[in-house]
Design a protein around this ligand. Sequence first.
Ligand code: GLU
Length: 283
Amino acid sequence: MDQKTFNLCNKKRIVVKIGSSSLNYEETGNLNFTKLEHLVRELCNLRNRGMDVCLVSSGAIAVGRQTLGMKERPGDISTKQACAAIGQARLMMIYQKLFSEYNQVAGQILMTKNTMINPVARQNARNTFEELFRLGTIPIVNENDTVSTYEMQFGDNDTLSAIVASLVGADLLILLSDIDGLFTDDPRKNPAAELIEVVEKMDSEIYRMAKASTGSDVGTGGMATKLTAAKIATLSGVDMIIANGKDVCILHHMFEDSFVGTLFKADKKESFRIQDFILETIG
Ligand code: GLU
């Protein structure tokens, strides 16, 4: 897909989401530092182009689990929360270090569903994002896994990143995933499956194509959560791209030449309210 066709280089405010499966080695579940370093460099370059940049990064639970030497992803909520408490702090320490190497400043924003549903909290969060952008810094967002249990959870960072993009009035959301984009069928099972480059409208045919699993044991987002994200983003007036985060250089290809991915075109609905959508669909 050619970036020029969609004027991607004119974007002013972008949210990039990277999942645990893209940040960790599949075999060990440990962090891939080279990948993290490249990601940070790419994001700093987007800042240097003059864009407001926000990163939604998973990895709190995965990093906590590796710090504690756990082999499997924890199942029970209190172990997950303990892992997140340890892992989130460690992840931020690594991000702070890497961003400062490029003379950029990162700030942390942790959110729960209440942040979006409560009007005062929502406005506070919006103000904080605005101020962080005004100061030229890069907000790094995650769910506040240490305190959010079922009734307060977004549950996955695909949805969270679209909520953030909607909240901050971004003009582009990029989901870096372990798949090239949306296919007509599951490409792992059906070699004839074709990549869809552009989705003009989120109709029932698009939902039919969504498959439930990413096939990875470190992240939580499948294609279904990516389509929920696409719905939130497009109705909020935000273009959204799903692309493969295997090589994060894809980020500069997106703004310079051509890349492989699926673009969901913004389809703003004036009556769309993110808080109502969360209450109605996420619970
Ligand atoms: N918030 C979770 C974490 O940081 C990840 C959720 C997700 O990957 O969708 O571990």
